[in-house]
Design a protein around this ligand. Structure first.
Ligand code: FMN
Ligand code: SF4
Length: 595
């Protein structure tokens, strides 16, 4: 293995020594050494002029970075509720047993670590795992058996069967975005012909709203950014796609990257940006090479006498930045912090990124699907786009359908489609509930299946997880509360403490120790989190608990103890050790509860 000094020297020679590159350097060091060696800290400090303590805080913030070695084979099982429904835990147990390793702890010989990770975005082809950052889909016992053989024979993953690493697009229904391609440069060509003002008016009248969840009008965002005077403007594509159950950006990046980059370049042309970033979630590392190739193709492609990308062309270029396993980095201000090489702690807002974003300069952050839609509108027009959807939600929406149905995958529908229609199309039967918009979204019971996917009814970033009558919805709630407690960035108390309390209370219900007092506590904590958390993660984290408490009270009430209060743990039993040490076991050495 390369000497660390040479490795970092080469890294900085190739990518420069800007402190903004810290996270990118750390990702490369982690990937090469399976951890961040101590010596790397001082070397990075010397070259980037960042104190070691700041570098360590960044390492501890991102789940995919570690100070301790994970071995030649670093394995993480995706642990979304849909992976659980497909049996990820027995497969993890089987792999651990065969390899002789405990979950989360490197094997005694240091060669392999097996652990869990948050949703990897492969819910339609799960259970899935990451090995050294690369996705293996459709796990079963046979694959686990083969993986053990490959690890024990020390076969590098580049020589593992290619079939393991296949991730299909799995498009089940196409509409206006997925059914037609566009020629590279055509959106920019249209911008050159129409001019920036007219193009913004076009986007405005198309009614396009952001597809990442919040639904802010795209033309308004771009106009505000363009009008903010500054030395530089930036375009950022949010490809973090961390919301559990969401995988629609995966297929846009995989098969429609040209459109994504076209949309980013269109935006750059309008707001006057020379630099753009694609912030790609760490779990999608397997697409990076292909995306870099696509960018290079654009740098070599001519449109109106100029290259589409690069200094020789429209003076705009795009850089790919990798995430490293932090859901909060999908929040736009946390994403910008992460782009600057820091921990992804959400900023105070206002000011919003449109006036004060990357390097405090005006920055547009949009979802992948938003850029694809914008590029299409620039080519096909506002009326074309408005011709489908509803008055307030024009165009189509990509849904990532997973869970209990015959045909999971990507479904593109005009806005306004009912939940019932989607369930019918994907072959869902006997559905108990649909979780829409991920762990942060809403739990929809059958009596609401008439409702529409639309900003004015049930909005969604794209996740559509289905649960049939055989499922215990409390397992879903448990999975989501654990997810939020793990993903909280820890900056504010309501989320840091509230999230953990909520997780513990859900567990108390599951193990049969909860009372009606605990249910009231869950409601109270949930409301505090919704009202006082610093960012959208904390304010949406209690949604699944509050929704199921109101819409599925039976999943809680059937487990409650018939008394007003029960402690979360047995204090008397906890005193056993002290009794043993002091040699006392009389009545006064015990705590007795009133029954
Ligand atoms: C915790 C959290 C996670 C988020 N994750 C994503 C994400 O993965 N992708 C995304 O596009 N937007 C995500 N968002 C929303 C972004 O903050 C932002 O609103 C969006 O990228 C804007 O793009 P749009 O206008 O095209 O929707 C997240 C928000 C929060 C609070
Ligand atoms: S709400 Fe949670 S994720 Fe957001 S700032 Fe507070 S602690 Fe961090």
């Amino acid at each position: 293995m390369k000497n660390i000094e040479h490795f970092i020297g080469d890294l900085l020679t190739n990518t420069g020594d800007s402190p903004n590159q810290l996270l990118q350097h750390l990702c490369k060091i982690q990937s090469h050494y399976s951890h961040i060696p101590e010596e790397a800290l001082q070397l990075l400090t010397d070259r980037l002029h960042i104190p070691p303590v700041q570098i360590i805080s960044v390492v501890y913030f991102y789940s995919f970075l570690h100070m301790k070695a994970r071995g030649e084979f670093d394995i993480r099982f995706s642990d979304n509720i849909t992976d659980r429904m497909l049996g990820n835990l027995p497969l993890l147990e089987s792999l651990c047993k065969k390899l002789g390793v405990k979950p989360g702890v490197p094997r005694a010989d240091g060669r392999v670590t097996v652990a869990l990770t948050s949703c990897t975005g492969i819910c339609d082809q799960g259970p899935a795992l990451l090995v050294n950052g690369m996705v293996i889909s459709r796990l079963n016992e046979e694959r686990i058996h083969k993986i053990v053989g490959l690890i024990e024979a020390a076969i590098p993953i580049t020589n593992w069967p290619k079939s393991f690493f296949v991730v299909e697009d799995n498009i089940q229904r196409q509409d206006m975005l997925l059914s037609q391609g566009i020629i590279g440069g055509s959106a920019i060509g249209s911008l050159v012909v129409k001019g920036g003002d007219a193009m913004l008016d076009w986007l405005d009248s198309s009614g396009l709203r952001g597809r990442g969840g919040a639904g802010f009008k795209t033309a308004t965002k771009w106009r505000m950014c363009r009008d903010a005077s500054a030395d530089e403007h930036y375009v950022v594509c949010n490809a973090d796609e961390g919301e559990p159950g969401t995988f629609k950006d995966r297929i846009l990046l995989n098969s429609y990257a040209k459109c994504v980059f076209e949309g980013m370049t269109l935006c750059a042309g309008i707001i006057g940006a020379r630099k753009g970033f694609l912030y790609l979630r760490g779990e999608y590392l397997y697409m990076r090479k292909m995306l870099e190739k696509e960018l290079q193709k654009r740098r070599d492609t001519n449109c109106l006498g100029k290259n589409i990308l690069g200094k020789q062309g429209f003076d705009f270029d795009i850089e790919i930045h990798m995430g490293a396993g932090a859901y909060i980095c999908g929040e736009e201000s946390a994403l910008i912090e992460s782009l600057e090489g820091k921990r992804g702690i959400p900023r105070n807002r206002p000011p919003f990124p449109v006036t004060c974003g990357y390097k405090n300069q005006p920055t547009v952050v949009n979802n992948v699907e938003t850029f694809v839609a914008a590029a299409r509108i620039a080519v096909f027009g506002a009326d074309w786009f408005r011709s489908v959807g509803t008055e307030d939600s024009t165009g189509t929406k990509l849904l990532s359908v997973s869970g209990d149905c015959e045909r999971p995958g990507i479904y593109e529908y005009p806005y306004g489609v009912t939940i019932r229609q989607v369930l019918e199309d994907c072959g869902a039967k006997d559905t108990q509930a649909v979780q829409i918009s991920g762990a942060a979204g809403s739990t929809i019971p059958p009596q609401e299946f008439y409702r529409q996917i639309a900003f004015e009814d049930v909005p969604t970033g794209g996740s559509f997880m289905i649960f049939n009558q055989k499922r215990d919805l409390l397992e879903m709630v448990d999975n989501f509360t654990r997810f939020f407690a793990h993903e909280s960035c820890g900056f504010c108390t309501p989320c840091r403490i509230g999230g953990t309390l909520m997780k513990n209370l859900v567990n108390k219900v599951i193990v049969g120790h909860a009372t009606s007092y605990d249910i009231a506590e869950m409601e109270n904590i949930g409301l505090v989190m919704q009202k006082t958390a610093h960012c959208g993660l904390g304010s949406t984290a209690p949604n699944s608990v509050l929704d199921t408490l109101h819409k599925f009270p039976g999943i809680y009430s059937k487990r409650l103890l018939n008394r007003s209060y029960e402690p979360a743990f047995d204090l008397d039993a906890a005193l056993d050790v002290s009794r043993h040490i002091t040699g006392r076991d009389d009545e006064a050495a015990h705590i007795r509860y009133e029954k």
